[in-house]
Ligand binder design. Structure first.
Ligand code: DNO
Length: 358
């Protein structure tokens, strides 16, 4: 595996490439052209410039998170083919620049959903948190306003103000899209892009729905072992793979994370590893990465990744806000650096124990 950090680009991130380079064991970033819109073709020159900037700092671009999918593709609108053609052009340009991992999601309207961006914990750190009660009491159109004040002046992925201004219209677009329809639109999209992925060796890595259940009545399809395996079988090509995100699948306590990882052998192209602490099954907060701070056994998660021969990029996921850092919620430097060091430590121990056994 390759330990990486997510980086939003020098224009948008409070964390610099130089800082990332100094985290022991982190050799790459996963990044994106943050100012592009879904449906836009990414120009080769811009992709190359991004790569050169990262490489000049002594790191590699281990993958793209994300190339976002236009709503016309998700809803199966008449113009979807035009947007899929544009997506294919972007994939070709990425492939020609040697970039071979693309993370994306197929969530309607909202990307990940949290009800608090700065819940204060007993040690004074702040974390992202979710309570179903708060969602149930909220008008989806007010969702953005309710958390906008806690974004620390950053633009959070999936929560761009222009997109949130259109929430009502977006809900309208998904009015007739149920889970089956969303699933078949996803299969249609993947079948169309697989030839270009096969040609350039591009691994598509779908990010799970977060949380792993329906919010505001919107359909959810990438949320359980059964559903993700259904997708792997429906488009049975090794380039159709997953981003295994422990913090997203893990929102549903029925999901056995190590078992899911094992069942996805050969199809886990990218891993997001973080811990959650549950107060009730529908009230959770994002803990520090350590097993002891949350509800997951991080050792077992890393061991399952090791056992399936996972060799893709991995990243610590959302971190707590600590040491008075002011950054995009979940994406500060300090706690993610601690997370990377911890995950690297687990991996080293698992690897050495395995070698000793041989
Ligand atoms: C949240 C992230 C997601 C993820 C997208 C992938 O912090 O994990 O925004 O990047 O869902 O497309």
């Amino acid at each position: 595996m390759q330990m990486t950090l997510r980086w939003y680009g020098s224009k948008y991130d409070t964390v610099t490439l130089k800082q990332i380079r100094q985290i022991p064991g982190v050799t790459g970033v996963v990044t994106t052209l943050y100012d592009t819109q879904p449906g836009e073709v990414w120009e080769r020159e811009r992709i190359r410039a991004l790569k050169e900037e990262v490489e000049a700092a002594g790191l590699t671009v281990a993958g793209i998170e994300s190339v976002n999918i236009h709503d016309a593709i998700k809803t199966g609108a008449a113009e979807r083919d035009r947007y899929i053609d544009a997506y294919i052009e972007t994939l070709k340009n990425l492939g020609m620049e040697g970039l071979r991992l693309v993370c994306y999601n197929f969530m309607p309207v909202f990307d990940w959903t949290r009800t608090e961006l700065a819940r204060v914990r007993e040690d004074g750190s702040t974390v992202l948190a979710y309570t179903q009660e708060a969602v149930d009491a909220l008008d989806p159109e007010k969702m953005f306003d309710s958390i906008a004040g806690d974004m620390n002046g950053t633009v959070m992925p999936g929560w761009e103000p222009e997109r949130m201004a259109r929430v009502k219209e977006l809900f309208g677009l998904y009015k007739d899209v149920d889970e089956e329809r969303l699933f078949s639109n996803l299969v249609y999209f993947l079948e169309r892009i697989m030839p270009v992925c096969d040609k350039f060796g591009i691994k598509m890595a779908i990010h799970p729905d977060d949380p792993a259940w329906s919010v505001f009545g919107l359909p959810r399809i990438i949320n359980s072992k059964k559903n993700i395996l259904r997708l792997m079988e429906a488009v049975d090509d090794p380039h159709n793979g997953v981003t295994f995100c422990s913090g997203s699948y893990g929102t549903d306590l029925n999901n056995d994370l190590p078992d899911m990882i094992r069942s996805l052998k050969g199809r886990v192209h990218f891993a997001h590893v973080r811990n959650l602490r549950f107060n009730t099954p529908t009230d959770f907060e994002e803990a520090a990465h350590l097993s002891s701070d949350g509800s997951f056994d991080m050792y077992e998660i890393m061991k399952a990744l090791y056992e399936i021969g996972f060799d893709g990029p991995i990243r610590p996921d959302h971190g707590r806000m600590i040491w008075d850092e002011v950054a995009m919620p979940g994406y500060g430097l300090y706690d993610r650096a601690l997370g990377a060091a911890y995950l690297n430590g687990l991996w080293e121990a698992i690897e050495k124990a395995d070698k000793e056994r041989e």
